[in-house]
Design a protein around this ligand. Sequence first.
Ligand code: BES
Ligand code: MN
Ligand code: MN
Length: 457
Amino acid sequence: MNTIKQYVTEHKDRLLNELFELLRFPSVSADPKYKEHVLQTADYVAQKLKDAGADNVEVCQTAGYPIVYGEKIIDPTLPTVLTYGHYDVQPPDPLELWKTPPFEPTLRDGKIYARGACDDKGQFYMHVKAFELMMQTNTLPCNIKFMIEGEEEVGSDNLGTFVKANKERLKADVVLISDTSMISMEHPSLETGLRGLSYLEVEVVGPNRDLHSGVYGGAVANPATILAKMIASLHDEDNHITIPGFYDDVLELSADERKALNEAPYDEEEYKTDLDIKEVWGEKGYSTLERTGTRPTLEVNGIWGGYIGEGAKTVLPSKANAKISMRLVPNQHSDKITKLFTEHFTKIAPPYVKVKVTPHHGGEPVVTPTESVAFRAAEKAIEASFGKKPIPTRGGGSIPIVALFEAELGIKTVLMGFGLDSDALHSPNEKYDIFNYYKGIETIPLFHKYFAELSKA
Ligand code: BES
Ligand code: MN
Ligand code: MN
């Protein structure tokens, strides 16, 4: 057995128990009631980096939650890998839909169920343990830096400032991130792009107070109805987005690129069965893989207004609200799209309501290079550990830091994720297969090995 496999086998139980310990911290960044827990998680991560052998470990304060930094510089003339991850998680709601509590990690059928199991605790912790492995077996072939943040799930608002202020400290040859998905264990893949994001909240206000729906209904516009109509009008019959200028900057893929993308294994029947839907939906003229990987979209993330409590209450609500996000693709810009949306949404408001649009966070889309030494190292590492060449794919999610690293530090990213789309990220019963966890710990040292080797060549 080789050194890597042997190490993982010998330490199997501890590697899993430590992840369980990490998963027990309810590090929900979106909700202030978890603040103490989020802060404790940062300290825990720092301790684990130290234990694994990192130097200069620091819990770096920001205007929000801290960023955990650590490094091992074995030789300044060797290449440096900057590993990024996030220790914060999404809120666990709706709680009643969890089979076992979100912060009591549970093993069922070889899968770890817990909030953050895949996104991103299970994935970034593989890097901490792979680092430990390389330190313990004396096989660390390059310099390594860790930057694990606590605000990814809320838009990484303070990361820009940190990156700008720490350019020297963060200097590296490549950023390595495990926070994306693979097609499946049988079809290992590497994401080569992420979508950007523009997130905002809208409010439609009608009368100055909630009204009796019998006394006033039919004579005063209902903001909930108006909001629903306005939202419905944002897609046309072909499910194109109707905001003027929305597609102006979109980079269309070449016929060859589209063909390559659609060659990735994908089973529409399985997709539909998994989600219990009769038909897929989306922009006319594009396949599901294209719709999620290469096309911009607009989604309502939440919509509310009026009475939503027990039983019935006859009321014409004074206002209605929605949270709306748009996923962006290369060459679109988050600020511009937010502006276009705001102008359009304000313009289509009928005279009987007032609308307010409040921007939240945003992020820029990215494509990552597939010709680089780092990407080739990732391909080789996956091939060696899975016995199959990885398929390049485009991911639908967003990790705003990737564009930021490129803009501020001039460093490109390799997205070497080990999750699956079916791992229920952001949903109840989020999971991560222990097989993927161990596989990740085994694959990451290979990435470092090949990256160091190929950099020399
Ligand atoms: N890890 C995800 C992003 C992701 C998931 C990329 C799956 C590719 C495949 C990340 O934690 C995330 O959820 N990002 C947010 C954006 C953020 C600004 C809140 C997202 O994509 O909604
Ligand atoms: Mn994530
Ligand atoms: Mn996430």
